[in-house]
Ligand binder design. Structure first.
Ligand code: ATP
Ligand code: MG
Length: 138
């Protein structure tokens, strides 16, 4: 069993896609074991995306991620890290496979609806960044 962190980004929330994303998770037998809506502070977003701090898009990305509420979830399942990334599609929606969330809904390489952890170590860091153990259903 694996866990991963999912975020429905501000564009996904403002465009009314919370249900659509969760529907795709449930259709694919991915379990939601924690969920909340938050609006990140600049410090919180900068800490979350610290791995990207030297990238040219860092300021724009953290501004976008703090621009409105997001839905953060912990997902659980077999190979869920890769499975959820397959459902999301490539970072750049233009390169995303047909039927993926980003292909179907993203409008921009930055505004791409969803986030998903990319490895077990990053998943552990990211889950701990937003949730304590009492908030995660086991
Ligand atoms: P995420 O981490 O959000 O799940 P990802 O792992 O597919 O996405 P990363 O390379 O980790 O992609 O980039 C993190 C986020 O930064 C992307 O989802 C996107 O919102 C933004 N981003 C990535 N590359 C660019 C870029 N070239 N220009 C603008 N924004 C970008
Ligand atoms: Mg990433």
């Amino acid at each position: 069993m694996e866990r991963t962190l999912s975020i429905i980004k501000p564009d996904g929330v403002s465009r009314g896609l919370i249900g659509e994303v969760i529907k795709r998770l449930e259709e694919n037998h991915i379990k939601v074991i924690a969920m909340k809506m938050i609006q990140m502070t600049p410090k919180q977003a900068q800490g979350f995306y610290a791995v990207h701090k030297d990238r040219p898009f860092f300021n724009s990305l953290t501004a976008f991620m703090t621009s409105g509420p997001v839905v953060v979830m912990v997902l659980e399942g077999k190979n869920v890290i890769l499975k959820y990334r397959d459902l999301m599609g490539a970072t750049n929606y233009k390169e995303a496979a047909e039927g993926t969330i980003r292909k179907d809904f993203a409008t921009d390489i930055e505004k791409n609806i969803v986030h998903g952890s990319d490895a077990t170590e990053t998943a552990a860091f990211e889950i701990g960044y937003f949730f304590n153990s009492f908030e995660i259903m086991s």
